[in-house]
Structure formats: structure tokens, C-alpha cells
Design a protein around this ligand. Structure first.
Ligand SMILES: [Zn+2]
Length: 400
């Protein structure tokens, strides 16, 4: 009886928070769609640490910092949520240490929602001597070679210790160049790991009472595998669903072709998150196909290497033609860098390797991405996404 009640309560909380009056306090997780335009939607995810406007872009805070900017600047750019990397944080400074210090939000001074990845992607791309078994993945740290084990249980435990608001299931990734058989095996193992991730999340006590967990659809570019993955994940039941295994070198056309069938397989009443994407034109195209959440290192990493994003496409501030240019990085941009400084000054800073150059470029790029998301949300609300997207893409891609 108690078990049945717990299940009812969980169902109730996951759908509407306060229905039936069982738990009227604070919404754990809700997703309200306020407008749709074609396959695209705009809305709000509500969690205890704050609201997330969708479509949303999450700046990446790999090592408990969005590189080169403070949390106040990240928020000022318009971000509602950031992403933290489980793999990096478990190695340094360590999840147990972060937990003792009050969780990642307090540790890094960002009191709003944080989504943590499962560590699976970095384990496969960064670590060495990796060994994958049904239990999980053992690997050697890229920092000092010491050995670790990540399993669905340990991944969710680390995310809980970090105080994650949105936990990602642990999954197995294989290159898109793998054989069909390898892709099918990885997808099926990811389903078994999804179930174990969900069970470990549900054992999390107070954390499970306030956080959410997303499943990850796998299956490379294969429609049948994607469908099988989605069906199995829906059967387990998650708060949101990610499209995984894309943006790993397959090219934009193949990625969009996959989204054309993969997105519709995921429940429309739940947030849909395209992991690791991407360039501004990728994001606009994916929003058109019904994606609600994104993360990517591009605005921050590019900022540090001298690439600025503008409505007219990327701009290399290191280029000599900017040395005497008194105009801002992007005319009309309201960001702190464009408000106060010229291209000539930022060019000088970046060329001289000054830290402020990386800070200003990163700020501009974060503002550009968040303004683009705001424009997309507004265009969906106004039912003019098609024309907005067409104009955006023509202008953005013109000189590339
Ligand atoms: Zn700017």
C-alpha cells in the first residue's frame, strides 16, 4: 500500500506538482508549453532553484566555472541554467568534497539550476585504458593516470553529491562509424543502464524529491534503433529526454536528417534536449524540429580563441583588419564588451594574450547565444518562426 502511494505521489509530482493536494509545497519539475509553431515550442520548465525558459541554451561550466566569466556575468547574459561535467568534477575537486561544501551551486556561486552530464562522453573521449563491461566503464584519469570506475549507479551518485538539478542517465557511446551491430549493442546496453540510472536516482531520498532525471535516446543515425531506444526509455519513464550520440562528426545534414525522425519519437509533453549542439545555425534548425534544450562549449571556447559570433556570421577578432576599427565587436549588441570597447581594443587584448580579451570575447558570445534563444522564443510565440529562421540563416551563413 505504502509503495503504491509512493508511486502515485511520484507520478503526481512529476506531472503537475501539486495535483490532488498530496504535496502542495514547491514544484519539483514541470514543463509548461505556452506556444507552438510547426514542430517548435516555447515554454517554461519550473524547478525549485528557478525557471528555465525554453528553447534554452546552457553555457558549459566544465570545471565548476564557465571559463573566463563569473556567475553574475553568465546570468546577466540571460542564462537560466548551466551545465556541469561529472567526469571533470569527480576527478577534481572530487564529488564528495563538493558535497561537503554544500553542493556545486554554493561551491561556484550559481544558485540557479544546474544540469550535469553523466560522464560517459568524457570517459570515452578523454580518459585512457578504458574498459567497458555490463557493470560500467573503468578508466584511467587523464590528469594523473589513477583508475576509476563509472557505472550507472556511481554516475548518478556523483551527480547527487554535486547537487545536480537535472541528472542525466549513464549511457554508452560508440562512434557513428561503428558497425550496425556495435551501435545496436550500445543502444541496448544504454537502455539497461537507463533503468539502473533511474533506480539509483529514485533511491536518492531528499535529492530525488527536488531534482529531475533525463533519459538519453541512442541509436546513431538508424531510425529503427532510435525508435527502439525511445520506446524503451518511455517505458522506464523520465522527466525529459535527450537526443544523444549526435554532433560527433556526422555533419549537419546527417544530424538534421536524424532529428527529422528522432525528435517525434520522444514525448511532446516533456523537454527534449539535443546534447552538445552547437553552432548557431544548428540550433535554429533543431528548434524548428522541436528541440527545447541545448549545450555547447562553442561560445566560450571560441571566445577564448578569438572567434566572435555575430548575426553576420563568425568573426575572427585576431584578423589584422580589426587593428584600427573603432566599432564594437557587433554593432547594436547590448553586451558589456560591445557597450564599452572597440574591435581595435579587443583585437589588441587578444593578440597580446591579455586575460581581459578572453573575458570580453566570452561575454559577447554568451550574450549573442542568449539573445538568439530569446529571439527564437519570441518568434515561436508570435507564430513567425519560419520567416525568422529563414532570415537568420541567410544572414548568418552569407559570408561563410
Ligand atoms: Zn557584444
Amino acid at each position: 500500500m505504502k509503495r503504491g502511494f509512493d508511486r502515485l505521489e511520484r507520478l503526481c509530482r512529476s506531472t503537475c506538482g501539486s495535483a490532488l493536494g498530496i504535496r502542495p509545497a514547491v514544484t519539483r519539475f514541470s514543463f509548461r508549453i505556452s506556444a507552438t509553431d510547426g514542430s517548435a515550442r516555447t515554454g517554461v520548465i519550473t524547478m525549485q532553484r528557478g525557471e528555465i525558459r525554453t528553447p534554452a541554451f546552457m553555457p558549459v561550466g566544465t570545471a565548476a566555472t564557465v571559463k573566463a566569466v563569473g556567475p553574475v556575468e553568465v546570468r546577466a547574459a540571460g542564462a537560466d541554467i548551466i551545465l556541469g561535467n561529472t567526469y571533470h568534477l569527480m576527478l577534481r575537486p572530487g564529488a564528495e568534497r563538493v558535497a561537503k561544501l554544500g553542493g556545486l551551486q554554493r561551491f561556484m556561486g550559481w544558485e540557479r539550476p544546474i544540469l550535469t552530464d553523466s560522464g560517459g562522453y568524457q570517459v570515452m573521449s578523454l580518459s585512457e585504458l578504458t574498459k567497458v563491461t555490463e557493470a560500467g566503464v573503468s578508466f584511467a584519469s587523464h590528469l594523473d593516470g589513477s583508475r576509476y570506475m563509472l557505472s550507472p549507479e556511481r554516475s548518478v551518485e556523483v551527480q547527487r553529491l554535486l547537487g545536480s538539478d537535472i541528472v542525466m542517465q549513464f549511457d554508452q557511446l560508440v562512434p557513428t562509424t561503428s558497425t550496425q551491430e556495435q551501435q545496436a549493442e550500445a543502444m541496448e546496453r544504454s537502455i539497461r543502464w537507463a533503468r539502473r540510472s533511474r533506480e539509483e536516482f529514485d533511491r536518492g531520498g531528499a535529492h530525488a524529491e527536488r531534482a529531475a532525471i533525463f533519459g538519453i535516446q541512442q541509436g546513431a543515425l538508424d531510425e529503427r534503433l532510435r525508435a527502439a531506444s525511445a520506446d524503451a526509455l518511455i517505458d522506464i519513464g523520465f522527466d525529459g529526454y535527450a537526443v544523444g550520440g549526435l554532433a560527433v562528426g556526422e555533419g549537419q545534414e546527417a544530424m538534421l536528417g536524424c532529428l527529422d525522425f528522432a525528435v517525434d519519437m520522444l514525448p511532446s509533453e516533456r523537454p527534449r534536449y539535443l546534447m552538445g549542439v552547437g553552432k548557431p545555425d544548428d540550433i535554429v534548425q533543431a528548434v524548428l524540429r522541436g528541440i527545447d534544450m541545448f549545450d555547447c562549449v562553442l561560445p566560450t571556447r571560441s571566445g577564448r580563441t578569438g572567434q566572435a559570433f555575430t548575426a553576420d556570421g563568425p568573426l575572427n577578432i585576431r584578423n589584422a583588419r580589426h587593428a584600427d576599427d573603432p566599432e564594437p565587436i557587433e554593432a547594436g549588441c547590448p553586451c558589456p564588451a560591445c557597450n564599452a570597447f572597440s574591435r581595435a581594443y579587443v583585437h589588441h587584448l587578444v593578440k597580446a594574450g591579455e586575460i581581459l580579451g578572453a573575458m570580453l570575447m566570452t561575454q559577447h558570445n554568451l550574450w549573442f547565444y542568449q539573445r538568439m534563444m530569446q529571439d527564437l522564443r519570441q518568434a515561436i510565440s508570435d507564430q513567425r518562426l519560419q520567416s525568422f529562421a529563414r532570415e537568420f540563416l541567410v544572414r548568418y551563413l552569407r559570408r561563410n
